[in-house]
Design a binder for this molecule. Structure first.
Ligand SMILES: Nc1ncnc2c1ncn2[C@@H]1O[C@H](COP(=O)(O)OP(=O)(O)OP(=O)(O)O)[C@@H](O)[C@H]1O
Length: 285
């Protein structure tokens, strides 16, 4: 499998926070969702990939090239979208486009105009006059108009209404129909990832909890519901996280066969959502 992005054993220490030994990869032609709660380290990871923040250790390769040694070459082939607007607010879309287009050898006016039309964006409006959804669509149009092969998006759907969000997700799926293109997309809106991600990397407290195909994640995890009296110390160890309710306990497990061996049919087995997997993993107790 060809990899668009490889993050290998990357670490970074801030005063109060550490990314530790982070490894994951994005296969070419697929959408990787970077998932994790607030403060997990998603933005820092994305910034390290783009060399906007220096990593302390480890290696990052984009299209097989070191991301710093070949920074200029790989940047040409990346489209970036951030959750905050990084364009000059006082310029019109047309003026911003003129500035950005100069940075890319492969800038394609035809594609740019197609996206502006598809997203119903005005060329002559100032960026500050655009709604949040329009700003995000404009950022996406800019990121996609230079034949980028890897699209990196930090929380592209945060703060968007469900209709615009669903449009953005459709666009991401369209992108990877071209098998040469790949997407890395960070979010804490897990339902977005349930819809479109092929792979998931879950980061918590600066560490990777899992990085695997979404279908495998959803297949491996189970929720188990039962009476509190069934939970002794040994059985607790079978769960990633346990929550108590008035009706008993609910536990998340990755080893349902062991749980079945121990608790048989005295409990109820259900499939968790991605959100439940995240909540039980983060709030273990
Ligand atoms: N420049 C910095 N200096 C010191 N600490 C930082 C810096 N940037 C980020 N951090 C810390 O690193 C941690 C991870 O932040 P990061 O923005 O990567 O998380 P995130 O997963 O993207 O969160 P969110 O979903 O809220 O955007 C936080 O505790 C944050 O305070």
């Amino acid at each position: 499998m060809t990899l668009a992005l490889e993050v290998n054993h990357v670490s970074k220490a801030y005063q109060d926070f550490m990314i530790e030994d982070l490894s994951f990869s994005v296969p070419k032609g697929y959408i990787m969702g970077l998932i994790g709660p607030n403060g997990a380290g998603k933005s820092t990871t994305i910034k390290m990939i783009l060399n906007l923040v220096k990593k302390d250790r480890g290696s990052i390769k984009i299209f097989g090239f070191d991301h710093i040694e070949h920074e200029i070459k790989v940047r040409e082939r990346i489209g970036m979208v951030f959750d905050e607007n990084h364009f000059y607010e006082d310029l019109t879309c047309a003026q911003v486009k003129k500035i950005i287009a100069r940075f890319y050898k492969n800038w394609d006016e035809r594609i740019y105009h197609n996206y502006m039309k598809q997203f119903q964006l005005p060329h002559d409006k100032k960026v500050k006059e655009l709604s949040k959804g329009m700003k995000m669509k404009f950022a996406i149009a800019m990121a996609l108009s230079h034949h980028a092969e890897l699209i990196i998006m930090d929380e592209p759907t945060a703060g968007l209404d469900p209709i615009v969000r669903s449009e953005v997700l459709d666009i991401l799926q369209e992108i990877v129909l071209d098998e040469n293109k790949s997407v890395l997309f960070s979010t804490h809106i897990t339902t977005d990832l349930e819809k479109i991600a092929d792979y998931l990397t879950f980061i918590h407290d600066g560490q990777v909890v899992f990085s695997e195909a979404k279908d495998d994640v959803l297949e491996h995890y189970w929720l188990v519901k039962g009476d509190d009296s069934l939970l002794d110390q040994d059985r607790r160890h079978l769960f990633v996280g346990i929550r108590k309710s008035d009706y008993g306990f609910v536990g998340l497990t990755r080893d349902v066969e062991q749980v079945r061996g121990s608790l048989k049919n005295s409990v109820i087995y259900e499939k968790p959502s991605l959100e439940e997997i995240m909540i039980y993993t983060v709030k273990k107790g």
